[in-house]
Design a protein around this ligand. Structure first.
Ligand code: LLP
Length: 447
């Protein structure tokens, strides 16, 4: 019994996850063993109630107490047309970062006025699509983008509201690939070098682009509130400098996303409410210092809305025991559906979804099926004695898994299922071999 309890506790079942009488993992009232039977594996499963619960927490902590504030869901974490509908129903705005995300949002009927269009090198076509659609904000990363934006607006005879991306010189404690607020970053214009002020002045002088505020994003999977406080401090000081130099009072402060979630032991996410309170206190305190009005605060959480709401189910193939070295559990997916171990050495918890109550007796590493040694999904996870045919689940795969999936080795992408109240709906169909060759063209001379 002790073993069983220990097993369950380390897995941190959350959202609507539970274990049923058969010892199977259930999510959204659906037995994962049935889901695997019905929809095949690998399978992404998203817990709709959990997503809605987190959206509600963001509304309650950032918007309701501070009318005017806005929460934009960062689409890059996970976007499908069904997800767009959920975000719309939950009353959040949307941060999109490419023509593809914008198209998805518009096709699913999302209000363009509540879309902010990000990206550090948007093409003319993407900018055109954004302006044409009348998106609420275009985020301007750099002077070249501003030139394109200005010329597109002139061509269409439209004006747009823009928010420049500023690098606030904050190095958050997270993996260096997902740190973005430091001076040496490909994103935005730095306060420290004067380039941020130059971009602001260029926007003020432009004919069709209206300066609404400033934006920064310091990184992702961040646990320290202090990093956000520092960002607020530097950004508000900059807003004050803008007022001094240009006379323009900025009404919007967008602090980006980045709020960390639980993946494995050691991850210690702060309640959304604590982040909200600290951020809003810092904004009030810092603006007070300079005698500035309190701006509307915008945040862009992605991972914290969908990350823990997702799991991936895999079927176990071979189990290879290399004595005194490692146990490899081979699954029918891998870096194609979850490249985060390969990219960031990300850590995950895993379990056997068909044997949740069995004692954990094996330390195993989960290997993908791609032709690459780096194709691992997780290392050193605790499992029951595992055998071919078992159903392995990896937790907290809702963010940056489906959205970063690939067709490496020409593997078809898995289906995505949205579960809620005992119902499971396909929201992305599994790719087929036909999908894999759909865009291939064989020139006549090779026929
Ligand atoms: N806003 C901006 C401007 C961003 O660049 C991002 C994420 C977000 C908001 C949302 O951040 P979140 O709340 O999800 O942390 N692929 C990486 C994460 C890259 C994050 C990129 N930007 C990963 O799998 O960890």
């Amino acid at each position: 019994m002790d073993d069983i309890r220990a097993g369950v506790e380390t897995m941190r079942l959350h959202g609507t996850m539970a274990i049923n009488g058969k010892g199977h993992l259930t999510v959204g009232g659906c037995d994962t063993v049935d889901l695997a039977e019905n929809f095949g594996t690998p399978l992404y499963i998203m817990d709709e109630a959990y997503i809605r619960e987190v959206c509600g927490q963001y509304r309650e902590t950032y918007i309701e107490p501070y009318p005017g504030n806005e929460v934009l869901y960062a689409a890059k974490a996970f976007l499908t047309m069904a997800m767009v509908r959920v975000v719309a129903q939950e009353g959040l705005g949307l941060d999109v970062v490419s023509g593809g995300e914008l198209y998805t949002a518009l096709q699913a009927g999302f209000d363009p006025a509540r879309i902010c269009f990000h990206g550090n090198n948007k093409s003319r076509e993407e900018i055109y699509a954004g302006v044409r659609a009348n998106v609420g904000r275009i985020m301007v990363d750099n002077p070249a983008e501003l030139d394109t934006l200005e010329s597109v607006c002139a061509e269409l005879g439209q004006t747009v509201s823009a928010v420049p991306r500023i690098t606030p010189n904050v190095a958050a404690h997270t993996h260096e690939y997902v740190q973005t607020g430091q001076l040496d970053s490909k994103f935005g214009q730095a306060i420290a070098t004067g380039q941020a002020m130059d971009l602001i002045q260029k926007i003020i002088q432009s004919k069709h682009v209206r300066l609404k505020g400033v934006h920064c994003h310091i990184g992702s999977q961040i646990f320290e509130i202090e990093a956000f406080r520092l960002a607020v401090q530097n950004m508000v000081a900059f807003v004050s400098e803008v007022r001094e130099k240009t006379g323009v009072a900025l009404e919007e402060l967008n602090l980006g996303g980045g709020f960390g979630i639980y993946y494995t032991e050691g991850d210690d996410p702060q309640p959304i409410q604590s982040f909200a309170r600290s951020i809003m206190d810092a904004v009030r305190q810092e603006t007070g210092k300079y005698g500035l009005p309190v701006p509307r605060v915008v945040i862009e959480p992605g991972r914290s809305i969908v990350g823990a709401a997702g799991i991936t189910l895999y079927r176990v193939g071979d189990v290879k025991v290399i004595p005194d070295v490692r146990v490899y559990v081979a699954v029918d997916g891998g870096m194609t559906d979850n490249p985060r171990y390969a990219l960031y050495q990300a850590k995950y918890e895993a379990a056997l979804a068909n044997r949740m109550n069995d004692p954990l007796t094996v330390t195993a590493s989960i290997a993908g099926k791609c032709c690459e040694s780096g194709d691992m999904v997780a290392r050193d996870v605790q499992l029951p004695g595992v055998a071919p045919g078992d159903l392995l689940t990896v937790f907290s795969t809702g963010a940056y898994n489906y959205s970063m999936s690939s067709n490496y080795n020409r593997l078809p992408k898995p289906a995505v299922v949205l579960v809620n109240g005992g119902k499971a709906d396909i929201i992305v169909k599994r790719e087929t071999p036909e999908d894999i060759i759909r865009n291939d063209v064989v020139p006549d001379r090779l026929r």
